[in-house]
Design a protein. Structure first.
Length: 169
């Protein structure tokens, strides 16, 4: 298992890179694995996908285009993002913190709405930035007896090896 994790971590750096904006055209596997977001050649964020929908499902929660560009237009106070988007502690959280002077705007727990119009603008800008990033991934080997734990170990190996800018807390 550790051998597979190291191989996955090493392979992530050389995996094919795809623009996030091309989501609909990507053939993202529904397998356990690891992924990395980059921006202008900088490694930003590495994560593992261990849920039942695999890498595709995990990336869906991070960057799915309707979260970047809702059908009704950018997020507004009247049309706020869903709770799963607002409460994210992932790539979006790190981008919000970096782009907003060390603070990620968050709504009050009891409120389904974002408290201020400028927070919605900050969120929309963060999604625009993510939309311009690239993503790559590596799935756990088919013959691996424990792909979920291998993906978790591979994420840790890849973070140590590739040293992304943001690390999940």
């Amino acid at each position: 298992m550790l051998h597979d994790a190291k191989k996955m971590a090493n392979a992530l750096n050389d995996a094919e890179e795809y623009p996030v904006r091309d989501w609909d055209a990507l053939k993202i596997p529904k397998k356990h694995g690891i992924y990395m977001f980059s921006e202008g050649g900088r490694r930003l964020y590495i994560g593992s996908a261990t849920g039942s929908s695999g890498i595709r499902g995990r990336l869906h929660t991070q960057v799915y285009p309707t979260r970047i560009h809702p059908k009704e237009g950018p997020w507004t106070v009247e049309n706020p993002p869903p709770k799963s988007v607002r409460d994210a502690r992932n790539l979006l959280f790190h981008v919000l913190v970096e782009d907003n002077n060390g603070h990620a705007p968050k709504p009050a727990r009891e409120s389904p709405w974002w408290p201020k119009k400028e927070d919605i603008g900050t969120l929309n800008k963060a999604f625009e930035r993510i939309h311009k990033m690239t993503v790559r991934w590596v799935a756990a080997p088919q013959d691996n007896p424990d792909p979920k734990n291998t993906a978790i170990r591979a994420e840790h190996c890849a973070i140590c090896l590739l040293q992304p800018k943001y690390v999940a807390k």
